[in-house]
Design a protein around this ligand. Sequence first.
Ligand SMILES: *Cc1c(COP(=O)(O)O)cnc(C)c1O
Length: 960
Amino acid sequence: MQSARPLGELENNAEFIPRHIGISEADERHMLSVIGEASRRALIESIVPRSIARTSEMRLPPPATEAGALAELRAIASRNRVARSFIGQGYHGTITPPVILRNILENPAWYTAYTPYQAEISQGRMEALVNFQTMVCDLTAMPIANASMLDEATAAAEAMTLAKRSVKSRSNTFVVAGDCHPQTIEVIQTRAAPLGIQVLLANSHEEWSERLAGDYFAVLAQYPSTSGRIDDLRADVDKVHAKQAAFIVAADLLALTLIVPPGEFGADIVCGTTQRFGMPMGAGGPHAAYLACRDEYKRSLPGRLVGVSIDSHGNPAYRLALQTREQHIRREKATSNICTAQVLPAVVASMYAVYHGPQGLKRIAQRVASYTAILAKGLEQLGHKPRAGAFFDTLSLHTGEATQAIVSKGHALNANLRVGWDEYIMVSLDETTTRDDIRLLWQVFARPGQALPDFAPFEKGVEPAIPTALRRTSAFLAHPVFNTHHSETGMLRYIRSLSDKDLALDRTMIPLGSCTMKLNATSEMIPITWPEFAHVHPFAPREQLQGYAELDRQLREWLCQATGYAGISLQPNAGSQGEYAGLLAIQAWHASRGQAHRDVCLIPSSAHGTNPASAQMVGMQVVVTACDASGNVDLADLEAKCRQHADKLAAVMITYPSTHGVFETQVKELCALVHRYGGRVYVDGANMNALVGVAAPGEFGGDVSHLNLHKTFCIPHGGGGPGVGPVCVVEDLVPFLPGHATGGVPGQVGAVSAAPLGNAAVLPISWMYCRMMGAQGLRQATEVAILSANYISTRLKDHYPTLYASRNGHVAHECILDLRPLKDTSGVTAEDVAKRLVDYGFHAPTLSFPVAGTLMVEPTESETLEELDRFIAAMVAIREEIRRVEKGEWPQDDNPLKNAPHTAASLLKSDWTHAYPRDAGAAVLDERRHAKYWPPVGRVDNVWGDRNLFCSCVPMSAYE
Ligand SMILES: *Cc1c(COP(=O)(O)O)cnc(C)c1O
């Protein structure tokens, strides 16, 4: 008979913490012995400076099991009410084809992938992104489009600054049609203010004509407009061009299948959202926005761009193009601060187009347009005549005094309508609209006792209300990829064929310094597609969004505990946007004290490129400060620059622990120093995975931080987005967190995202993580992340020395391996080692950031000891290969490193002419013989691609 065991012990089985943390107690003992520390606590105490160590535990609810947390979140989700949404305003019902829902949005092969910096292991997702770019180019009729923007409103703001950089006009005025989405106007106003751009709204036809006759550098019009009108903009474009200014159009891609695309009437820049191509509304995000422009602007285009180049065998291969425009290189002169974008939603949108093809998209659009025309006819019979003019999916009705009564009746019948200006109601239809919905809407508008219109006469169809002159006649999406995979079998295999080309976390560790690629647990992911989270509109009535309000409240409270800050906004859609919002807060605080002239931002040379790029966006002047020989911020230089700019000092931006992977001991002094000179301290929180539970920036002197929930708090990277970049501030800056007038959130600083809760639909992921880990689990995660980094650094020290460490030789949660000396002894570069790791089946660490010629490794707490050892074995094997080159056994220009990665085809060629044997090229560690990863292309030539820039689908002939 078995003896009874304590319940606590039995219940441990369901605990999440040991599922998240890959290192067992026995592993830990072994790793500590390698490092030479007696206990985890001793290790942490020897690394985290005593002066900043937390004195109090985080106050979080005790950890819940996976099932328990899911049940609790269900209860929160059920407080959202899913109503039929006819609000429109940039957010529409859409049907995610199930084959895309399950095999992309819910598939770790796609959602756990990293940003495609390592081109050879990212060909699948880059093909999907090239499809996205081609789809946008075709639908807008523009020559070039990027691989996603954060949302429509920020895309419009980026279009504004793109125009400012690109046009001849020297004016500072930006004209915006009043009939643009209100959230777009709001975000533009926030962006324009610190740059000294004057935004002039045109609220009527007369005002629009008047403004166009004036002076400006660009104009923005929505097409169709937010109230549904489709205007013929051709004549206006000529007027704008006559002023050497740019015409920007925010356009709805589904409408563009039926109406003349902006590229055909001379638009210079086109932006918008792809949300209605299969991404649920999700209370505002995540969705991919898009940005397309004329060819002359391409080198100034913000965001990532995937282009076609060739590999070492001369075959077509994708890679990120024109990287030289980006913040990583250009810093404050970059085209924007966007780093994490919206790759996963962009992939969904592109697949929606692949699945439906041009005919399918047109059919969907025609049904929407036809239903809208039927709705209009019925409403007319009921005495509600829609405003005259062409429309696609949205009607505007002047309802006068009856407005509130009609809207309330709608709510009672589970239908959300939008109230526009001057007692107008707007009704928007979409792909999900049914005949029942149209009858429902008639019922909402009918007066008591009024007979409802009969649907039967409309069975033959009704002409869309689009005049011939505005109808699209040109073809689009002619490339085979949009005309092949229309069966589910075909689609499934196409999706699988792409993900098979890529390495994501479902196959290997991704040891990326600074980017924290940790477990994205399945229980964390499951809630994001629950209808109560997925199918609500960001501007639905507040009482329908109670679940989101609770989620927002709890998550902010927990993140305040984790960071030591007093207030947080979850609105920013990525770390870069959090930086921007944080700097806006600092700027507004200075202004509130009559110190608006403070505009200098000190940034150490080791900072991530988004820091200077964000400072530039708020009009601050960037002054770079030095780092000392051990990689720390040079305090003497910092103080000298504080003194030099004393009366203009606004902020200092540091990263902690530093991007060099070290806990600087003097961070408290640094913060105090900046405060003495009247500046505020911005602590970039990308490295919070080394801090949570151990030290809190809000306690040791930081005034503002952003978090990257897609790093520290388990939102997957999605191949380059979505992200969430909460901005966290100390007490006196709380009033300057971003507001959102359109979404009913008051604030002294304007909106920074289109939706009040930003990428709301992925917040459940971080909620689940905190809820299942509790204070103790989160702290343990941090400690094990530090332990694992030190284990790797120690095990590799005789092969690749770690560049920066604290005095006792320890690192923080990541380590920089110095490969620079190898160049002289063997000709081998850090890039060669990165590519060689692909042959061994690994995603490379961060390459040449923050120090050129190095690899930065961050193992995270989620990896098992077995995987850490596998990585170490590969790195050691590569070092042995380098030794053979050093000894002259293999030539410097023909060895497995220089030719890495090796495709199967290159190894199977009958005439093997290399100086090393084939099996050395294949590089298989014994335990992986059965599971070798084969890169689909050889090393990609970056320079060739930029010289021969091509960013659309490759014509089939290129493969011949
Ligand atoms: C990732 C990162 C950022 C930018 O965050 P995104 O979410 O990519 O915009 C900023 N700073 C550091 C140090 C980072 O690692």
